[in-house]
Design a protein around this ligand. Structure first.
Ligand code: MG
Length: 157
């Protein structure tokens, strides 16, 4: 078995779409970044690369590369899953946190789990997404951005 941890954070800005776990969430602001800035998918990508011992998302998809401008983050996960497969592993379990003050993620978590499970070819009962408020503390608590954490366990195929 191999385990990996991932973390990501993006600032919230007016005039951007809010996309988390591949779900477009109606909100007055969205995450700012070179790609679609899906912090949850990026944390999952880093966790997968970590489990492979293959560096980080920045090594594989640099934000200076125009090919990744506005790119859907599902593309990154699909590319990383190819590496997982090539190394002879499958995803065994994935847990994650999304840390944000607003909006409420409850109504969208199931769709996020469905997206992750489909992209990573793992059953839904082995994927978990948790939403946490930062209780008003710090920049996340002031609603200036959204962070995500993920832990992934891989097992040999
Ligand atoms: Mg990112």
């Amino acid at each position: 078995m191999r385990i990996g941890i991932g973390y990501d954070i993006h600032p919230l800005k007016a005039g951007r779409k809010l996309i988390l776990g591949g779900v477009e969430i109606p909100f007055e602001k969205g995450l700012l970044g070179h790609s679609d800035a899906d912090a949850l998918f990026h944390a999952i990508g880093d966790a997968l690369l970590g489990a492979l011992g293959a560096g980080d998302m920045g090594d594989h998809f640099p934000d200076t590369d125009p090919r990744f401008q506005g790119q859907s983050s599902s593309f990154f996960l699909q590319e990383i899953l190819k590496k997982v497969k090539k190394a002879g592993y499958v995803v065994h379990h994935l847990d994650s946190n999304v840390i944000l003050e607003k909006p409420k993620l409850g109504p969208y978590k199931e769709e996020m789990v469905a997206n992750i499970s489909k992209l990573l070819k793992v059953s839904r009962d082995r994927v978990n997404v948790k939403a946490k408020r930062n209780e008003g503390l710090g920049s996340l608590g002031r609603g200036e951005g959204i962070a995500a954490q993920a832990v992934v366990l891989l097992r040999p195929k």
